[in-house]
Design a protein around this ligand. Structure first.
Ligand code: ZN
Length: 178
């Protein structure tokens, strides 16, 4: 597993090593991440008692799943929305098993755009995440670099100390690797 792998609209995902995927939590057997990322996420959630308040909306996706999500979004939401929020099949970070979408636990969860505000438990998660290897991957103001709209709910495992350096310096993964 290369925790710094870059996947975006210009870099397609090419699997370099065998994926080692495990559920993020026993209550969510279908939400998978790479073992190291899942373990790091568990440590954050343990500190926050986070699973009481936060739900995992989407973890690893196969190419086929990304294709289905993309096509459904095109039909339901149109091309403009889809270009902003749904990566092209083959170009989604979710295919790496290193990205997770998280939502505040509430009755209706939007699985493309879950609510993950900059306050309360979600903000506590966001602040703690870099110490465990996660970054907020699509911040506001960096849309021209990431090619993806602001997504407060999407976190990417890059490992420490990369996550801490990137957060401290305000760098996206694209900028960090450049
Ligand atoms: Zn996502």
């Amino acid at each position: 597993m290369n925790s710094l792998i870059l996947v975006n609209s210009r870099h397609a995902y090419s699997q370099d090593t065998e994926q080692d995927l495990i559920p993020v939590h026993k209550d969510y057997p279908n939400i998978l991440l790479e073992r190291e990322a899942a373990h790091a996420l568990s440590l954050i959630m343990e500190q926050l008692d986070g699973w009481r308040f936060i739900v995992p909306a989407s973890g690893w996706r196969s190419l086929e799943e990304q294709l289905t999500i993309y096509e459904e979004s095109l039909q339901e939401n149109g091309p403009e929305f889809t270009a902003k929020f749904v990566a092209m099949p083959g170009h989604s970070e979710h295919q790496t098993g290193l990205a997770i979408d998280l939502g505040l636990r509430q009755p209706d969860i939007d699985f493309i755009r879950p609510v993950f505000p900059y306050e309360g438990i979600c903000q506590k998660f966001r602040e703690l995440a870099p110490a465990f290897g996660f970054i907020e991957r699509y911040p506001t103001g960096k849309e021209h670099i990431t090619g993806i709209a602001h997504e407060p709910w999407h976190f990417r495992y890059v490992g420490t100390p990369h996550s801490e350096i990137m957060t401290f310096k305000g760098l996206t993964l694209e900028e960090y690797l450049a």
